[in-house]
Design a protein around this ligand. Sequence first.
Ligand code: S3P
Length: 436
Amino acid sequence: MTDMQATRILPIKQLQGVIDIPGDKSVSHRSVMFSALADTPVCIRNFLYAQDCLSTVSCMKALGAKIWQTPDDALWVQGNGLHGLTEPAVVLDAGNSGTTLRLLTGILSGQPFFTALTGDDSLRARPMSRVAKPLRLMGANLSGRQNGNLLPIAIQPPETFHGIRYEMPMASAQVKSAILLATLFADSASSVTEPYVSRDHTERMLETFGVTICREGTTVQLTPVDKLIAPPEIIVPGDISSAAFWLVAASIIPNSELLLRNVGMNPTRTGIIDALQAMGASIETVNERSSGSEPVADLKVRFANLRGIEIGGAMIPRLVDEIPVLAVAALSAEGRTVIRDASELRVKETDRLTAVAAELRRMGAILEETDDGLIIDGPQKLHWGDCHSYHDHRMAMAMAIAGSRHAGCSIDNPSCVSISYPAFFEVLQTIAKEDV
Ligand code: S3P
């Protein structure tokens, strides 16, 4: 979809208010997929009704699950059991969603029927060999453009389907989850090792569905089960990746203070809090509690003077989606920020290293793009820029925060925020305050 008009972001003097953080995208996807593989109804609360998760809903419906929304905004899923998916009569469309695509490819590789998968322009350019390779080692019968590296792909029933021991070349929850989910349909266990631990929502949620998962260091092992036993209710925590925009915005816009309610605090996701705190941010964690298998808390964040930091290695998967907005924070920090080991950003919705560098430069930023990261010396003052979102939700929101802090900007195709945070611009408007 292409918007007729760019949105104009004006400079904001301060941010004040309380924000209820919308449901976590990663957890929302998994809640629908796993519930559709069980045989009792599941009530999902705080589900993220955003484009990516709706792509998962429509794919699971096409595979035979009954899914409906009730007036209290709960999403209900009634599946037909672990072996109850049925051959879809249509090509499954994952839209913009890498998680829908990679996790479903895992699930579908072990099915006794044919499926075809596609996605939007961005998804059709993103690599699939990272999941196709291990799934083929399990016996998957997968074909597509560039030998199955690019969508559209077709999946035929496998002759045999077995678990594998697999060492992943990169930390990726999507690849790890694809292998683990495929193993649910295999005749033996799988063991997956990552260079660093990526988000573990699949492991946590599958455990609540009665699956035994062994974890040791960066290795996860899953043994096939006869059936998934669903919990009656799943409460989706707020998405820390959405909260991240407000954490950065309040940290860099003078006199700001925000209370972010219901933020998912899974330690495999809280890298942005650790990084900002290491930069000197004022973030207080209150009301810590758990929401099913996931920890949550409220966060109080206020303006602070930031300093540059160096991040890389194990930290990167813990904040992989937050790097565009972290770069915006770095521009307001005293000294040098170095982000390395982040080449995975090049295969996200867009090449986010090149995109962040190019779009911040339109606002006058001086920064260096390296092979696997960014180097930013701060503090810097930006001017107005006419920025591109590349139809990438996190690019659009990161540029909006930069424009708010500095001299404003325009952003093309702003409706791409509907991928993960449909209310983003409304929330920004309600928390923007004049000086008192
Ligand atoms: C996700 C995993 C991450 C992340 C994406 C969501 C998931 O991708 O960037 O937005 O839900 O598993 P990778 O695991 O490929 O890094």
